[in-house]
Design a protein around this ligand. Structure first.
Ligand SMILES: [Mg+2]
Length: 227
């Protein structure tokens, strides 16, 4: 049998991105639930249209927000982004330690090839990955929607992951927190797939079909690779 490989989603799978975003926004004086921020976000998304690969980039929201306040300047938007990225990086670095992830990835899962596929811009994802794995020894491969010009659930990201490793998609094992973006497309390509529910309110997952395999904590993946 061909050697299996792992594909991981990044956000809300390897760490709690929602918490990191909320912390970082608050740290730079932005309430993520405020009408002001939500309106800026909505404006960016509606201008770009459904599924656009730049629609999650926070610098676009910050620029739009400053425009709305009539406070835009080049230095202001870069200053906000710079501080936001610093907070994001610190929060994720701390989470990684608290979650004990290093142990999981340096031991049981160490010798299984891994690729990360993620819907975000490359810069933001590299900042997050640099926080948890600066030398790329745990996760040498990352594929972003920005680079592919398409977002998951498009199969191109999954196929590219296999191609990078010179493997067949059917030998892939997908791990992610979204049924729609991670699990369904993986199954469509004949991969095994595990839905993670570690950082999500179970209410989001009321409709998990019975045949979908669920991993409540990422650490539970370890047992899958016991002989
Ligand atoms: Mg995710």
């Amino acid at each position: 049998m061909a050697k299996p490989f792992l594909i991981f989603d990044l956000d809300d799978t390897l760490f709690d991105s929602e918490a990191a975003y909320a912390y970082s926004l608050k740290s730079i004086g932005i309430d993520p639930d405020s009408t002001e921020y939500q309106e800026a976000r909505k404006m960016v998304k509606s201008r770009l249209g459904e599924g656009h690969v730049s629609a999650r980039n926070r610098i676009l929201y910050f620029k739009q927000m400053l425009d709305q306040r009539k406070q835009y300047s080049h230095s202001q938007v870069l200053d906000l982004m710079d501080k936001y990225e610093t907070c994001l990086s610190e929060h994720i670095k701390n989470q990684w330690v608290m979650l004990g992830r290093k142990y999981l990835f340096q031991n049981r899962l160490k010798n299984i090839p891994k690729v990360i596929i993620t819907n975000e811009n490359l810069r933001t994802q590299v900042i997050k990955l640099n926080a948890i794995d600066p030398d790329g020894s745990l996760f040498p491969y990352v594929i972003t929607s920005e680079e592919m010009g398409r977002e998951k659930p498009h199969l191109a990201l999954f196929q590219q992951a296999a191609e990078i490793l010179g493997a067949e998609p059917k030998d892939g094992i997908m791990v992610g927190d979204s049924l729609e973006n991670d699990i369904h497309p993986a199954i469509q390509l004949g991969m095994r797939a595990y839905l993670t529910t570690e950082f999500r309110n179970l209410g989001h997952h009321q409709d998990i079909p019975k045949e979908i395999q669920v991993v409540n904590r990422l650490q539970d993946l370890e047992r899958l690779f016991h002989e």
